[in-house]
Design a protein around this ligand. Structure first.
Ligand code: IDP
Ligand code: MG
Length: 151
């Protein structure tokens, strides 16, 4: 498995509920490295671009309204198989279907307020990260040393 980058969003519900530290803490404890991080409020264009695959679905407008409703925290997590690993930490999209111990099962009740976003493939991660971060937003992290600690 290769070192991957994935986009994680602590959505506006996570920020307003004070769960950003909890979410980032879980990523860090799993061993993922954070290589870019910013708090921002999305405009409609960026939100529609980010969630483009869902355009036309009945929940699309509500999703865009919610993700633009307040500040979110966007970050890039890096590590071995980080895309799938972060999805695992998040749990299923619907918190009622998420396994206990995952972020969504432990802290969320409904699919529309499920606290966190994580890219679902390496290709989506690349596309999504480019919406949130420029090349010079990333810091270089020493994966060799980090890998030795976690292997
Ligand atoms: P994911 O966040 O687990 O990747 P997606 O299917 O990509 O799930 O959907 C993006 C987001 O849209 C979900 O996290 C959720 O907040 C919202 N969403 C997905 N399906 C529904 C739905 O049926 N009703 C309301 N919101 C939904
Ligand atoms: Mg998705």
């Amino acid at each position: 498995m290769a070192i991957e980058r994935t986009l994680i969003l602590c959505k506006p519900d996570a920020v307003s509920r004070g769960l950003v530290g909890e979410i980032i803490g879980r990523l860090e404890r799993r061993g993922y490295i954070i290589s870019a991080l910013k708090m921002m409020q999305l405009d409609g264009d960026k939100a529609r671009a980010h969630y483009g695959e869902h355009a036309g679905k009945p929940f699309f407008q509500g999703l865009v309204d919610f993700i633009t409703s307040g500040p979110l925290v966007a970050l890039c997590a890096e590590g071995e198989g980080a895309v799938e690993g972060c999805r695992q930490l998040m749990g299923a999209t619907n918190p009622l279907a998420a396994a206990p111990g995952t972020i969504r099962a432990d802290f969320a009740q409904s699919i529309g307020r499920n606290l966190v976003h994580g890219s679902d493939s390496v290709a989506s991660a690349k596309r999504e990260l480019d919406i949130f971060f420029a090349d010079n937003d990333y810091v270089t992290r020493k994966h060799d040393l980090h890998r030795w600690i976690f292997e």
